[in-house]
Write a protein that binds this ligand. Structure first.
Ligand code: NAD
Length: 415
């Protein structure tokens, strides 16, 4: 039996003991995790401008993710009560069916330089000088080569806009384990004078695109019909079909996927706005569509597949400064940004699978409100042991509101 089975039933100290034994967390790291003020004001002050304090969000783990035969315990940082439970539930049922298979593209980021005021022959000039431009770009990305990355290629296209013709020069860089925004932006700014010299015109924007089409991750799982039951499979397929045909449902469907993906991005110190932007632009490329698909195979099992661009790193950005991000990556045990993106794709798929399963059968409110009950109890003023007692009574009564929680609390206190 896995050391993580029944993890949700354990106390926080028991869970930390398991992480010490199973993931090698040190006493020091446990102290950082349990000190809810562990991001010091001094560190925070170096991270952003005008610091006035630190915001806290709960960090949890979803154990039991079997991906490409390796077991992962996935750290997730989120305020929404049912997200970790849903991920763990989706993962558990996936493991019973053999787990997830996943793959990721090479970590190639894309940058754009906008060149204004160019002549009719701009593209020709770019092509004629492409070798020299490539050599310069390679030189500017030499630092990445020590990690196995570096400049890969460049191309250009012309846009006719209401502000005139512009040439867009595009650069592809393998950024290995970094998210890569700074690496790309530095290259673009440094290569711009050469572009102006060779092509003419004036460079304006020099910035990465978050739509990282060459940096996608994919995950797949086949949930066996003997485990799920045929009725549940039909319910999931019905639910999926609505998302595939109706943008109002599709928006929420993809939000459900991102509940899981963002929570891992946040736990690991990644730029979740970058992840959100790229994923939704990708979903909208041919008309806004689900990021995943569900279908039945020839023997009637449910197959789920997901593909999405994931611009995440295991080094650089805030990862180096945020101590929690480093601990999260240690718990996760990933060796590269590609591996992290495979885990995130699997988490997104598991999250959506669990949501559709609940939505298509008993509805999500039963489970969600049960988990939300503790929030209501705290809002009503419950402290310590009262929180669990009030949540329990709320669940028994089946009526979830702050008002109901207040009444239960009054009764408990004999007021
Ligand atoms: P970074 O500038 O910290 O660069 C990562 C550095 O890590 C590299 O330069 C390299 O020297 C080093 N490194 C060590 N080991 C490495 C390895 N194995 N693989 C790759 N590099 C290794 O960070 P970044 O990833 O270039 O930029 C990410 C940051 O940029 C994030 O904080 C993000 O929020 C921010 N940003 C985002 C946008 C956007 O998304 N549009 C725009 C600007 C900045």
């Amino acid at each position: 039996m896995s050391a993580f089975s029944g993890f949700y039933k354990k106390t926080i100290p028991e869970r930390l003991e398991i992480l010490k034994t199973e993931r090698g967390l040190t006493d020091e790291e446990v102290k950082v995790l349990t000190d809810s003020g562990s991001l010091s004001l001094e560190t925070a002050n170096h991270m952003i401008e005008n610091v006035i304090g630190v915001e806290h969000l709960p960090l949890g783990v979803a154990p039991g993710f079997l991906i490409n035969g390796k077991e992962y315990v996935v750290p997730m940082c989120i305020e929404e009560p049912s997200v970790i439970a849903a991920a763990a539930n989706g993962a558990k049922l996936a493991t019973k069916s053999g787990g997830f298979t996943a793959e990721a593209d090479e970590p190639i980021m894309t940058g754009q330089v906008q060149i204004l005021g160019v002549g009719e022959d701009a593209l020709e000039k770019f092509e004629a000088n492409r070798e020299e431009i490539s050599n310069a770009a390679k030189e500017l990305c030499l630092g990445m080569e020590q990690y196995g990355g570096g400049f890969r290629s460049c191309e250009a296209h012309v846009l006719d806009t209401k502000r005139g013709k512009m040439l867009i020069a595009i650069f592809y860089v393998d950024v290995r384990d970094a998210m890569g925004a700074n690496t790309i932006n530095t290259l673009l700014e440094k290569i711009s004078p050469l572009l102006e010299e060779k092509i003419g015109g004036k460079t304006r924007l020099r910035i990465l695109t978050n739509l990282a089409m060459r940096r996608k991750a994919r995950a797949k799982c086949t949930w066996k019909k003997e485990i799920l039951g045929e009725e549940t499979i039909e319910a999931i397929l019905d639910a999926y079909e609505l998302a595939a045909n109706d943008i109002y449902r599709c928006c929420t469907h993809n939000k459900g996927i991102m509940n899981g993906v963002d929570a891992v991005a946040l736990a690991t110190g990644n730029d979740w706005r970058a992840v959100e932007a790229s994923v939704h632009a990708f979903a909208a490329m041919d008309g806004y569509s689900p990021l995943n698909k569900f279908y039945k195979n020839d023997v009637g099992d449910l197959v789920g597949e997901i593909e999405l661009p994931l611009t995440v790193g295991t080094v650089g950005g805030a990862i180096n400064t945020n101590p929690i991000a480093k601990i999260s990556l240690k718990i996760l045990g990933v060796k590269s940004a590609q591996e992290l993106s495979m885990v995130m794709a699997s988490v997104g798929l598991a999250e959506n699978f669990a949501a559709l399963r609940a939505l298509g059968t008993e509805g999500i409110q039963k489970g969600h409100m049960k988990l939300h009950a503790a929030n209501l109890a705290v809002t009503a003023g419950a402290k310590g042991d009262e929180i669990e007692l009030v949540s329990k009574k709320l669940a028994e009564g089946g009526k979830y509101s702050v008002e109901a929680a207040r009444n239960i609390l009054k009764e408990l206190r004999g007021e």
